[in-house]
Design a protein around this ligand. Sequence first.
Ligand SMILES: Cc1cc2nc3c(=O)[nH]c(=O)nc-3n(C[C@H](O)[C@H](O)[C@H](O)COP(=O)(O)OP(=O)(O)OC[C@H]3O[C@@H](n4cnc5c(N)ncnc54)[C@H](O)[C@@H]3O)c2cc1C
Length: 245
Amino acid sequence: MKILVCISNVPDTTTKVSFTENNSKFNTQGVQFIINPYDELALTKALEITEKVGGTVTAINVGLAETEPSIRKALAIGANDAVRINAEPADAYFVAEQIANYAGSLGFDLILTGRESIDYNGGMVSGILASLLNLPSVNVITSIEVDGNTAIMERDIDGGKEKLSCNFPFVASAQKELTEPRIPNMRGIMAARTKPLQVIEAQSSAIGSSTQSFELPAPKGACKMIDASNAGDLIRILNEEAKVI
Ligand SMILES: Cc1cc2nc3c(=O)[nH]c(=O)nc-3n(C[C@H](O)[C@H](O)[C@H](O)COP(=O)(O)OP(=O)(O)OC[C@H]3O[C@@H](n4cnc5c(N)ncnc54)[C@H](O)[C@@H]3O)c2cc1C
């Protein structure tokens, strides 16, 4: 089985977010970047599948050279090889189009993405990618088992679960419960240094959207501490000030 896993390079979840250029650009100064957590799950699941049924896992990222530590981490976790498409990820369509251009003729059985990137949260790349490749798209899977030429998957639905099947090849996006992320071990980290990381230039493409501005949420109000013995005060504040009861 030949699997492609899409890896987005996102700010660490503890990042203090700020913007530059008239609030139109995320300020990357001093920010630590990581593999998008949903993509780590997709990658780990891809490895679990190939360990069971055989095959290879390729990690792909659309990004500039600074994303390489995340790509090397994907290799350290266990991807066989990696590809970086050398371009700033201008918007979701651009990213999907670049990945589709790469994957189009290479015969991947399965393309896994995360359900969304935790920075821009578009949740769009997976569906656009499937559409560009003319492949079925299965969103937010929580499990996947390979049964010959078919994958059996589960998704959460409101109050329950949906079990579905899809013949390979197809594109699927990973939801939280898919698996537990794998931590790279020393052997993996050493091996990652010599695994192939191919850099290819982006094909020119019209950029459909651009960010006008970002706005941070209003700062949270001060926290009021109420003594545990003073339940009356708590009820009055919730009723009169917070107006939630
Ligand atoms: C410097 C910079 C400038 C940007 N400017 C803009 C802008 O002007 N307008 C705008 O709309 N967006 C902009 N973005 C956001 C960027 O384009 C998005 O990250 C990208 O469009 C993906 O969309 P998303 O975050 O909605 O991904 P989602 O659709 O939420 O991601 C789902 C999954 O797709 C895959 N994926 C996402 N991004 C990548 C990637 N780069 N490489 C490989 N796989 C990926 C991952 O598996 C991810 O889990 C900018 C990003 C950067 C770094």
